[in-house]
Write a protein that binds this ligand. Structure first.
Ligand code: DC
Length: 227
């Protein structure tokens, strides 16, 4: 049986996470939040005191990545994420853990160690895979490839709202600086840099509502899946 794969790549704050979840629910597909895997690995390595020793302890870090003890549990309100049985759903969404994730994501051996885990999400009837390199390196065979972007300013504003909604303190300028630094690191790294696949459908969500973007996406995906 064919497994339909829809990839959504793009920088953080473009609305990927929300749209990926909406698409997965609309098509009744599985959902891969690959950023969460990098965040979990970053947090795990930090907790073990290894994040600052990525160069000298790469072997041990790679082992940890391969054997990462994580669970995604679907609940009525969304997804609960467990790391070694501890609920880290909120913690992995913090800026601090985003920084850890960006560091580990730049290391080829650690990316490779997460490969099989990502492929395992591709199960019938289909998968919506959210990330940076879903179309360019993890699922190049995907039937529908979307690249969702937005200006750094609009992404920073959305992030502030999101953090405030979680009861966390957030300053727009700090967030903007972080976003720009992370974009630069994600786009300039040599392994799996953030960039649209040559056959991706590119959407700029800066001035679009979630519903507008959702409509553009479903029109495109429906067309791709019937071809
Ligand atoms: O999407 P996110 O903000 O949760 O991603 C966290 C970090 O992980 C971000 O710096 C980019 C990196 N990442 C990646 O390199 N490849 C992916 N497929 C997903 C995320």
């Amino acid at each position: 049986m064919t497994v339909n794969i829809i990839t959504i790549d793009g920088p953080s704050g473009s609305g990927k996470g929300t749209l990926a979840a909406k698409l997965a629910s609309h098509y009744q597909y599985h959902l891969l939040d690959s950023g969460a895997l990098y965040r979990l690995l970053g947090l795990s390595l930090f907790n073990k005191g290894l994040l600052e020793k990525l160069d000298t302890e790469l072997e041990a870090c790679t082992q940890i990545a391969t054997n990462l003890d994580i669970q995604f549990v679907t609940t009525q309100t969304g997804m609960t994420v467990l790391l070694e049985s501890v609920d880290v759903t909120q913690q992995i969404r913090t800026e601090r853990v985003g920084e850890y994730a960006s560091k580990v994501a730049a290391i080829p051996a650690l990316r490779a160690a997460l490969l099989a885990r990502q492929h395992a999400f591709a199960q019938a009837p289909g998968l919506v895979a959210d990330g940076r390199d879903m179309a360019t390196s993890i699922f190049p065979e995907a039937q529908a490839k979307i690249y969702l972007t937005a200006s750094a300013e609009s992404r920073a504003q959305r992030r502030v709202k999101q953090l405030q909604g979680m009861g966390l303190d957030a300053k727009i300028n700090d967030i903007l600086v972080n976003i720009e630094a992370r974009d630069k690191r994600d786009m300039e790294r040599t392994v799996a840099p953030l960039k649209p696949a040559s056959d991706a459908y590119i959407i700029d969500s800066s001035n679009l509502s979630i519903d507008d973007v959702f409509k553009l996406m479903t029109n495109y995906v429906d067309q791709q899946l019937t071809n």
